[in-house]
Design a protein around this ligand. Structure first.
Ligand SMILES: NC(=O)C1=CN([C@@H]2O[C@H](COP(=O)(O)OP(=O)(O)OC[C@H]3O[C@@H](n4cnc5c(N)ncnc54)[C@H](OP(=O)(O)O)[C@@H]3O)[C@@H](O)[C@H]2O)C=CC1
Ligand SMILES: CC(C)(CO)C(=O)C(=O)O
Length: 329
């Protein structure tokens, strides 16, 4: 299948690499700084389990020109939320109308805004549960586990996109899957504010208590709004705050059974701050704050965390090192 990855960064290069290794004709539409690395070194996908997949640069099409979309049988959108509107316009202008467009992005609004700009096309929301860390010289490392989920639709797209080391399933309740991921993604900001890796953060009960308070706040808002959230782990979403508050020894045992986390993993928002790029805070905490306001639920933790992220962005603080106490204020 001819697949265009629209926005080749961490998620796009990692998934595009595994799809190319599985025999698909993959075009990486991205920025020169990333494509130059791949042109020089090839693309290497690695993961926490020891998987290493090398893809030579000549097995891929590397493109900075959006007219490459004209060749797509499937478009996978992997830009950050801030770039979705622009990418939607490029897809509308260049991609064939019959090519399905799949969002592998965080937040609730990307699928909606792609759909609004691509009326009449097969647009599917999706959810990527795992973390990918760019480690230089064309290497992208998957640092946590999980299967990608896409919205059910015509054809058997999930099966077509399954590749060795890349599992894709379909769901008729993708909104519930995405809300479940959003609750997890609220930690992106806390992780960015902490200056720690995800593992260091999870190993500290004070951080976990703050994560739990933030998750509980979001769960209350979703309940008030009558929104279902499906978990990305075997644990129901409502249990997340209880498990996070457990003593470290017990928590570590339960977490180890559910999720593999590489010691290097940091959230995508930590990378955004580090590289002084706009963050996705409005699509994550912003979503809960707006819903809370609509349903009369207070969201003090999300509000405070969003303020601190926006302040760090404005002041160009690339790696804040807040303690949980400082965040609580
Ligand atoms: N990283 C992770 O571990 C995870 C990320 N996600 C989600 O996946 C999505 C992608 O995240 P991630 O891969 O980290 O993002 P990245 O910023 O690493 O990758 C997106 C890339 O697309 C580029 N881009 C933006 N607009 C264009 C354009 N018009 N033409 C070509 N290239 C363009 C960006 O360049 P520039 O920066 O110059 O705009 C950037 O290099 C986000 O919604 C994120 O929340 C989900 C799960 C895990
Ligand atoms: C770390 C992870 C997988 C969950 O919060 C993520 O979605 C991100 O880094 O954006």
């Amino acid at each position: 299948m001819r697949i265009v990855i629209a926005g080749a960064g961490s998620i796009g290069c990692f998934t595009g690499g595994l799809l190319a290794a599985a025999g698909h004709q993959v075009t990486l539409l991205g920025r020169p700084r990333i494509l130059a690395e791949i042109a020089e070194h090839g693309l290497t996908c690695t993961d926490f389990s020891g998987m290493t997949q090398m893809i030579e640069a000549d097995q891929l099409t590397l493109a900075t020109d959006p007219t490459c979309l004209a060749d797509a049988e499937v478009v996978i959108v992997t830009v950050k939320s801030r770039a979705t509107a622009e990418m939607t316009a490029l897809i509308a202008a260049h991609a064939p109308a019959q090519a399905p467009v799949i969002s592998w992005q965080n937040g609730m609004d990307n699928g909606t805004s792609l759909r609004a700009g691509l009326v009449g096309r097969d647009v599917r929301a999706g959810m990527v549960p795992f973390n990918v860390v760019p480690s230089g010289a064309g290497c992208f490392h998957r640092a946590t586990s999980g299967d990608i989920v896409i919205e059910t639709g015509a054809g058997d797209l999930a099966k077509a996109l399954n590749a060795p080391d890349l599992s894709v399933t379909e769901s008729a309740r993708i909104d519930a899957v995405q809300w479940g991921k959003l609750v997890v993604n609220l930690n992106n900001a806390l992780n960015a504010l902490s200056g720690l890796t995800i593992l260091e953060q999870l190993s500290d009960r004070a951080w976990r208590r703050l994560m739990a308070d933030q998750a509980a706040e979001a769960i209350r808002v979703l309940k008030a709004a009558g929104i279902e959230a499906q978990p990305t782990t075997p644990l129901p979403v409502w249990m997340m705050p209880f498990v996070l508050r457990l003593p470290t020894a017990l928590f570590s045992r339960i977490a180890a059974q559910m999720l593999t986390i590489d010691p290097t993993a940091r959230t995508s928002m930590a990378y955004d701050l580090a590289e002084q790029r706009p963050t996705e805070i409005d699509s994550l905490q912003g979503e809960i704050i707006a819903l809370g306001a609509q349903y009369g639920c207070e969201t003090p933790v999300c509000v405070r965390v969003a303020e601190l992220i926006n302040r760090a962005s404005q002041e160009g603080v690339v790696q804040p090192q807040y303690s949980p106490k400082q965040i609580r204020g």
